[in-house]
Design a protein around this ligand. Structure first.
Ligand SMILES: C[S@@+](CC[C@H](N)C(=O)[O-])C[C@H]1O[C@@H](n2cnc3c(N)ncnc32)[C@H](O)[C@@H]1O
Length: 178
C-alpha cells in the first residue's frame, strides 16, 4: 500500500528533482542528493539498533516517510520523522492520513531539532559536511543510540558496524550509543 502511494506521488513529484531544487535554492546543494534506504537495509539497521516496541525511533531527514512507515508497521514503536522539505512532509502526512499509520512527521531543520532522551536515531546523511555532522553530535541527548551510514561519528562511543547495501553500492552502517 505505502509503495503504491509513493509510486503515485512520484508521478506528480519526482523526489530526486524536488530535493535537489529545494536545497539548491537555499544555497546548500550538497543536501539535495536524495535517496531512500532499501527495506532489506532498513531491516538490518533496525536490528542493529535493537529496536523494540518500547522505543522511540527518530529518523533525521525522513524524506517521504517510507522508512518511518515501515518501522512503525514492523516494530510498532513510537516513530518520528524530521524533514525540512515541506513537499516531502506533505506527501508523508498525506499517506499517514490515508493509511492511518500513526507516525509523527515534523517539518524542521534536523540541526535544530530537540531530541528525546533515550531515543533511537537513524541518520542517512552521506553528503553532510563534517561541521554539520559535528553540530548534530553536539545536539544528541545524553542517552541515545544512533546509526549513521558510511561514516562513524566522533564524540559518541562506537558500538558496532555492519556492511549494508544501497543502490549505489556497499557501505558500512555504524551504531553508536551512550
Ligand atoms: C538521503 S535522504 C534519506 C531519506 C530517508 N531517511 C531514507 O533513508 O530513506 C536525506 C533526507 O534528508 C533531508 N534533509 C537534508 N537536510 C536536512 C535538514 N537540514 N533538515 C531536515 N531534513 C534534511 C532531505 O530533504 C532528504 O529527504
Amino acid at each position: 500500500m505505502i509503495s503504491i502511494l509513493l509510486a503515485i506521488s512520484s508521478f506528480f513529484l519526482n523526489p530526486y528533482r524536488c530535493c535537489r531544487r529545494y536545497f539548491e535554492k537555499r544555497g546548500k546543494p550538497h543536501l539535495g542528493i536524495y535517496g531512500e534506504t532499501p527495506i532489506p537495509t532498513l531491516e538490518q539497521i533496525v536490528r542493529l539498533l535493537q529496536l523494540s516496541p518500547q522505543d522511540t525511533y527518530v529518523e533525521l531527514g525522513s524524506g517521504r516517510g517510507r522508512g518511518c512507515f515501515w518501522v512503525k508497521r514492523h516494530i510498532g514503536c513510537k516513530v518520528i520523522g524530521i524533514e525540512k522539505n515541506p513537499y516531502f512532509i506533505r506527501i508523508a502526512k498525506g499517506i499517514q492520513k490515508l493509511t492511518k499509520i500513526p507516525v509523527e512527521f515534523i517539518q524542521n531543520d534536523l540541526f535544530q531539532q530537540e531530541l528525546l532522551e533515550g531515543c533511537a536515531i537513524y541518520l542517512y546523511g552521506t553528503t553532510l559536511l563534517d561541521k554539520e555532522v559535528e553540530k548534530i553530535v553536539r545536539r544528541l541527548p545524553s542517552k541515545c543510540r544512533i546509526v549513521t551510514i558510511s561514516y562513524p561519528l566522533k564524540g559518541i562511543p562506537l558500538k558496532e558496524s555492519i556492511e549494508v547495501n544501497f543502490p549505489w553500492g556497499k557501505t558500512e552502517a555504524y551504531l553508536h550509543g551512550r
